[in-house]
Ligand binder design. Sequence first.
Ligand SMILES: *[C@@H]1O[C@H](CO)[C@@H](O)[C@H](O)[C@H]1NC(C)=O
Length: 359
Amino acid sequence: MLTVVSELRPLQLLSYLTVILLFQLTDAKRDLKSACLTCQQITENFNKGFERTAKQNFGGGNTAWEERKLSKYETSEIRLVEIVEGLCDSSSFECNHMVEEHEEHFETWWFKRKTKHPDLHKWFCVETIKVCCPKGTFGRDCSSCVGGSERPCHGNGECDGDGTRGGNGKCSCNHGYTGEFCLDCIEGHFSEARNDTFSLCTECHSSCKTCTGATNRDCEECKEGWEETDQEACVDVNECSGDPPPCKEDQYCLNTDGSYSCKACDKVCSGCTGPGADQCQSCAGGYHESEGTCKDVDECSQPDPVCTEEHQKCINTHGSYMCVCTGGYEEKDGKCVQTVPEEKDSEASEATSDPHGEL
Ligand SMILES: *[C@@H]1O[C@H](CO)[C@@H](O)[C@H](O)[C@H]1NC(C)=O
């Protein structure tokens, strides 16, 4: 038993270490990308600060003496300090840390390298602190992206880690493109032009599943809901003329490109061919056909009265009618009987409604 345990322990420890190491590796890779982004932000802010301070001087008037001073301010340490102070948000730890760590580089560049190396991003981020790479390259040694550094991914995708010391240089292709080099077209797209370094994929007509060109005559296979005609084009299937009809009895069918939908008939219809009261196949109960549409039947003005009890009157409603008792009568067991006046307890009602009652 003891030997088994002591054999297991180093193995477990090893697997823990591997997991930790893997985490650190992926973390480090992400860090390499984000370090470059931070550096890029710093140099962008430097350029903004440079512009912002372009019209400043040491402060004060505009005398000839001040003019001479102004030309000095342009290249002064004071101006550099003002720019460096605005490089980071106070909340950005990564940015402030990078600026603090490399502060002397800004001075070197400002006083000694600016003229020869005017591109601060290139000098600082790429060449000096080496957290970025030139565009189109990636990784520790700034290797070329897949497809070459001139046009990474042949212009049809994004190179992982492009311009940073991180990433793996592989392509994630734009919509419509696929393959390691983003030169192939995805299904539903066709190749409009292609050679070893260039590819243009265009979307097929909406009727095609696959195609060789842009129109519905260029389909290799029709999409679902479309069918090939004698003229070898894909056209919409009219599902609404199918047998049996695809919709329920109280619905009408609406054909659409590649599909169809079922919509509810107007409530005055019993079956219909479209929306509205004038497209009924026949009228629903309580409605009658008149001038091409279905109208409410006024049951109350029919020759034979429909409310036959004594003291009853008829009220017409949409699609139906009601029998109610006339004034002074109320319904009881299907008959209208005289309303008994409610007995009023005048004393009690006075007591509860008297606003000046005792408090
Ligand atoms: C590939 O095609 C593109 C666009 O038509 C063209 O600019 C390029 O020179 C071509 N390259 C080759 C190697 O033929």
